[in-house]
Ligand binder design. Structure first.
Ligand code: PAF
Length: 271
């Protein structure tokens, strides 16, 4: 595994290859990332992972500061997985150049997480646009847990006619059912149990809604979540994955999207 801190050195190396399969991360690697990497390794291209905790996508300084970081452990994991390249840029390496493409922010960026984390998706697309220009990957691997992010990156790629293809990968879960996330490492045992109870609650709710959509009573659901140990709820909404629209008719296929807090730890998922 070769490690790069500077985009020019990285680009010189990439030029020698037939192409790159790219997994962007903010570190704090978990089973979800590992599964993306394993998918990427099945492609005929070299696997490149980036680790960059992007300050522009955090709407609160405290959240940026408390975001889990453990580069030493991450490097160990990546070495074991035998990836080809690791890119750990500085902020200057990423933000110190003018991009060719403008960020395209689809209007659906204002919904769900976009409504509650002002500037978050602008920050995500800004950094992803820069990574795409530096690396020009054939494939980019993204998890469906962050489905709104995946959808918006797809729209940006389409609008700018960028040649990278998104490979959508399924959400990987802990044994307790909760979606793997770097933020899980900030949860203590009791908080893990709350997150797992909430996951089970939503799994049962979704089954019930499929039979009787009238049970979708937001106030009741919010009360139940608070009783289970959530401290704040940002949203609970049903979206069709293809159109990425809130469902109007109960018979439409949907995923239940939710975001809530346990203390100051924000968790999101869709099932
Ligand atoms: O999903 C993430 O970890 C980040 O939003 C990403 C795509 C690496 C951009 O910083």
């Amino acid at each position: 595994m070769k490690i790069f801190k500077d985009k020019h050195t990285l680009q010189r190396e990439i030029l020698k290859t037939k192409g790159i399969s790219f997994i962007p991360t903010m570190g704090g690697l978990h089973k979800g990332h590992i599964s993306l990497i394993k998918e990427s390794k099945k492609s005929k291209f070299k696997t490149l992972v980036s680790i960059f905790v992007n300050p522009k996508q955090f709407n609160k300084k405290s959240d940026f500061r408390s975001y889990p970081r453990n580069t030493k452990k991450d490097i160990k994991i990546l070495k074991k997985l035998r990836i080809n390249y690791l890119y750990i840029p500085t902020s200057k390496d990423i933000y110190g150049f003018k991009t060719k493409n403008k960020v395209f922010l689809d209007k659906s960026s204002k919904k769900l997480c976009g409504k509650f984390r002002k500037g978050h998706f602008e920050g995500v697309l800004n950094v992803v646009n820069r990574f795409l220009e530096i690396i020009k990957p054939k494939y980019i691997y993204l998890g469906k847990k962050d489905y709104q992010q995946l959808y918006l990156i797809k729209k940006h790629i389409e609008k700018n006619k960028i040649k990278s293809k998104i490979i959508e990968c399924k959400t990987i879960r802990e044994n307790s059912g909760i979606a793997c996330s770097s933020r899980n490492s900030n949860l203590n045992k009791n908080q893990m149990k709350i997150a797992s109870d909430i996951f089970n609650y939503f799994t049962i709710l979704k089954k019930e809604l499929k039979k009787n959509y009238n049970l979708f009573n937001i106030n009741r659901i919010k009360k139940d979540l608070i009783n289970l140990g959530a401290n704040k709820i940002d949203y609970i909404e049903n979206y069709n994955l293809k159109s990425f629209q809130k469902i109007k008719k109960p018979n439409k296929k949907f995923n239940l999207f939710f975001a809530y807090y346990i203390k100051n730890i924000r968790l999101i998922d869709n099932i």
